[in-house]
Ligand binder design. Structure first.
Ligand code: THU
Length: 137
């Protein structure tokens, strides 16, 4: 995992927390925010966007990465996630797979809890033996 400076971690956590305020979560009332840093240096924020039919709900992490990919980004350096849970945030399985399409296994994921405490895990730890385009070569 690339080393992350404390200032960068705090900055990304702040942006993830800000993004959480934009969550559209009238069904679960569980608000999540994400901040993804691209290799270009740009930051992309995302929130969860729920749906009355439930399954079309988009998680904060996917909102962030889809916004970034639309803007032309294809490489990423770090992800921060903020939510109001007791435990440290952890992307769902679908988001892990979407991240694996564009991010290396050493991507640092800064996972915060409602207190703002955090741990850093890598995408590879969260999705070992991922199925990716390399498997289709
Ligand atoms: N959610 C996220 O946005 N990210 C996660 O990492 C886990 C779950 C959202 C989806 C749904 O809107 C709500 O949290 C409850 O599952």
């Amino acid at each position: 995992m690339k080393t992350m400076h404390d200032v960068e971690i705090k900055n990304m956590l702040r942006m993830a927390k800000d993004a959480k305020q934009r969550a559209y979560a009238p069904y679960s009332h569980f608000c999540v925010g994400a901040c993804l840093k691209a290799a270009s240096g740009a930051y992309y924020q995302g929130c969860n966007i729920e749906n009355a039919a439930y399954s079309p709900t988009n998680c904060a992490e996917r909102t962030a990465i889809f916004r970034a990919v639309y803007e032309g980004e294809r490489e990423f350096e770090a992800l921060a996630i903020a939510w109001d849970g007791e435990d440290y945030a952890a992307p769902c399985g679908v988001c892990r797979q979407v991240l694996a399409e564009f991010c290396e296994a050493n991507l640092p994921i800064i996972c915060a809890n409602k207190e703002g405490d955090y741990i850093i895990r890598t995408l590879g730890e969260l999705l070992p033996a991922a199925f990716t385009k390399k498997d289709m070569a």
